[in-house]
Write a protein that binds this ligand. Structure first.
Ligand SMILES: C[S@@+](CC[C@H](N)C(=O)[O-])C[C@H]1O[C@@H](n2cnc3c(N)ncnc32)[C@H](O)[C@@H]1O
Ligand SMILES: O=C(O)C(=O)C[C@]1(C(=O)O)C=C[C@@H](O)C=C1
Length: 256
């Protein structure tokens, strides 16, 4: 017999701060793009208006995290930003756990600390202000890395994925979301236009879209989906699958 279907397994309510992202409307805007205090103050609004299916991706990550979490191990969110995923999984998990957030931006972690106060009554929460490359992932059964690997230097990405693989317990899960690019220039052009229309639909003016695109050049460096999959396989993950893709944003799962 299959388990009873739990409607609560489909969480969609995220704890997002309402401050509107108007950063690229006037000088000075963050160029090159950086996760400084100005960005942090509007980050929840920025990411939820800039990443297609952001809510669905986090809900999906929470579902997979709950399914693969092993008692006595850690759930680690790399590039946890303001703690939105950790807050969601904290509400959603059925047993107390150790939830670890890693981010190298201290203003991000200040926001996260505030957001995560309520769930600390149930879970042990650890926030680490450091570069992911310097961290250990030992005794983790779930590692989430959403929209963060894309900001790391190319030569560091594979090393980080290998270190995550080493730290995961057997049966542990990696959930990875990234901005990707098409290997075909014509498709890339069409996808970009559609993505920019998505941003415009979410209230960004053309100038804001163009300024941010310029600010992100050489800061956010996307790979192709094939390259992402290969990197995961080369890091030791043998069972890798894609879950969500819209425009140039992709979510994958990989099992140890
Ligand atoms: C786009 S945000 C991630 C969004 C978040 N995962 C979410 O789903 O809401 C990228 C985050 O990665 C952090 N970051 C960038 N480089 C990092 C590194 N080398 N180590 C740790 N965190 C890093 C940034 O400070 C930022 O908070
Ligand atoms: O690619 C873009 O234009 C985006 O705005 C995407 C993106 C991301 O994927 O992280 C870039 C920077 C911010 O962190 C929020 C969203």
């Amino acid at each position: 017999m299959t388990d009873k279907i739990d409607p609560k397994i489909y969480p969609t309510e995220l704890y997002l701060s309402p401050e509107k992202d108007e950063l690229f409307q006037k000088e000075p805007w963050p160029k090159p793009f950086v996760f400084n205090e100005d960005v942090v103050n509007v980050f929840d609004n920025m990411i939820s208006r800039s990443v297609p299916l952001y809510r669905e991706v986090l809900a999906c990550a929470a579902h997979w995290a709950r399914a693969y979490y092993q008692p006595g191990t850690k759930i680690i969110d790399i590039g946890c930003s303001t703690g939105t995923f950790l807050e969601l999984i904290g509400r959603f998990l059925q047993q107390p756990a150790t939830l670890v957030g890693i981010d190298n931006s201290s203003p991000m972690l200040e926001k996260a600390r505030e957001k995560l106060l309520p769930i600390q009554q149930i879970h042990q929460v650890e926030l680490i202000c450091d570069s992911a490359e310097n961290c250990s992932f030992e005794n983790s059964s779930v590692v989430i890395i959403n929209y963060t690997l894309q900001f790391l230097p190319l030569q560091v990405r594979q090393k980080l994925l290998k270190s995550i693989y080493q730290g995961l317990v057997p049966g542990g899960l990696l959930f990875l979301s990234e901005k990707v690019k098409s290997p075909y220039p014509l498709f890339q052009e069409t996808i970009t236009r559609h993505y920019e229309a998505f941003k415009a639909y979410n209230g960004y003016a053309q100038t804001e879209i163009e300024r941010k695109k310029e600010a992100l050049e050489n800061v956010l460096v996307p790979l192709t989906e094939t390259e992402q999959l290969q990197m995961l396989k080369d890091s030791g993950f043998q069972q890798v699958d894609s879950l969500i893709k819209l425009h140039n944003f992709l979510s994958l799962v990989a099992l140890k």
